[in-house]
Design a binder for this molecule. Structure first.
Ligand code: PLP
Length: 383
């Protein structure tokens, strides 16, 4: 037991010290790709708020838009003009979004997509692939989730065409939706993406892409754009980098499915507060203007190549490189070694996540990546 006022140390589970570096455990501020810890020490960061920031911390355009929204009162009695404007801008950039609803967290937005699928199909069961947040509908063995709710959900294996097809067909009369993260450690195969589209259609189920990590990263339109998924999924969920760290998520897709939002109840008091909406609008503008996804791919590719060199140089410790250019990490021979490398790197001023994705941002340039790789070599020599 500890006596922290926040049980579990922090409200964001993936930021607890044992998931990261031990120390530094807490921070005071961040700018670009730099973070200052509670002792005033500067670090190069690749955690990037768990992928919620792709332009760098405190991007001036986003801050300016957010500051103006604060000056304009943040919230009010009526829905803001900015809500419809942002929806319009997103639909322009991501054409398979015909309608959009905003929420605050990714978990809420995926839950909304699943609710819409249940409304559309009149069915209850859902297959999921990847992480979709902490809410009841997608938990397997989590304590506190009622068994009847758990029994409506099962895990679909990533990139396994035969198993996926069989699972969808077996549940066809009861299946409301298949929800997938389109990239899990490796890229999806064309066959798997095709199987999902064909089999959900055949089963009369809704195909939902959870693009919370991949949109505004692989492309503005995420994996659907990167891998040319056609026909597009029925619904898509956006979050994380969408507002560059301001709290905003969205569910969007086919108009007929989205319009069912009025037949059920999906609503949150602060879903329409103006600061995150303004931040998202500014973020989208920077993505388009600065070809942010092109930058992420270039710099991320340099990082990924460097990680392969790291593996070659320290083959006894590093057993693999996982992920893609935009989101990647190292596999180590043991859990203890993995922790030791992360701790050694943090001690040298590099925050590099183990066993979960590191993210490059617009604020990471080639020299930052090279410096980080040199620090990783040092950390490995000391591990
Ligand atoms: C793919 C995916 N879906 C959903 C979520 C849940 O988002 P949030 O933590 O904002 O509720 C996450 C968060 O990591 C995610 O990566």
């Amino acid at each position: 037991m500890n006596d922290w006022r926040v049980p579990g140390f922090t409200s964001t589970g993936s930021k607890r010290p044992d998931a990261l570096f031990g120390t530094p455990a807490r921070m005071t501020r961040a700018s670009g790709c730099r973070v200052w810890d509670e002792n005033g020490r500067e670090h190069i960061d690749f955690v990037m708020a768990l992928g919620a920031v792709a332009l760098g911390y405190g991007h001036p355009d986003v801050n300016r838009a957010a500051t103006a929204a604060i000056a304009a009162g943040v919230v009010g009695p009526l829905p803001p003009v900015a809500e419809e404007e942002l929806a319009e801008a997103l639909c322009d950039q991501i054409p398979w979004l015909e309608r959009v609803r905003f929420l605050k967290t990714g978990a809420e937005a995926v839950a909304a997509a699943v609710r819409l699928a249940r409304v559309a199909t009149g069915r209850d069961e859902v297959l999921g692939c990847g992480y979709h947040g902490w809410l009841d509908w997608c938990q397997g063995a989590t304590e506190g989730v009622p068994a009847p709710v758990r029994n409506l959900f099962a895990e679909l294996p990533f990139n396994d065409v035969a198993a996926g097809r069989e699972m969808i067909r077996a549940r066809a009369p009861r299946l409301a939706a298949v929800v997938v993260e389109p990239v899990i450690v490796s890229e999806p195969t064309r066959e798997w993406l095709q199987m999902l589209r064909v089999e959900t259609e055949r089963a009369g189920a809704i195909l939902i892409f959870d693009e919370i990590k991949t949109a505004f990263r692989l492309a503005i339109g995420g994996a659907v754009a990167r891998y040319h998924v056609t026909p597009a999924p029925d619904l898509v969920v956006l979050g994380k980098a969408l507002a560059n760290g301001f709290p905003l998520a969205a569910v969007g897709g086919r108009a007929d499915l989205m319009n069912a939002a009025s037949r059920t109840w999906i609503s949150s008091t602060l879903a329409t507060e103006g600061v995150a909406l303004a931040a998202a609008r500014a973020t989208l503008d920077v993505f388009v203007r600065d070809d942010v996804c092109g930058h992420l791919h270039r710099v991320g590719t340099r990082l990924l190549h460097g990680l392969h060199e790291v593996q070659r140089a320290h083959a006894g410790i590093v057993t693999g490189v996982a992920g893609i250019a935009e989101m990647c990490f190292l596999h180590c021979a043991t859990e203890d070694l993995s922790r030791a490398v992360a701790v050694q790197a943090a001690g040298r001023g590099l925050l590099f996540k183990r066993t979960a994705y590191n993210f490059v941002s617009l604020a990471h340039d080639e020299s930052t990546v090279d410096r980080a790789l040199a620090m990783l070599h040092e950390a490995l020599r000391a591990s």
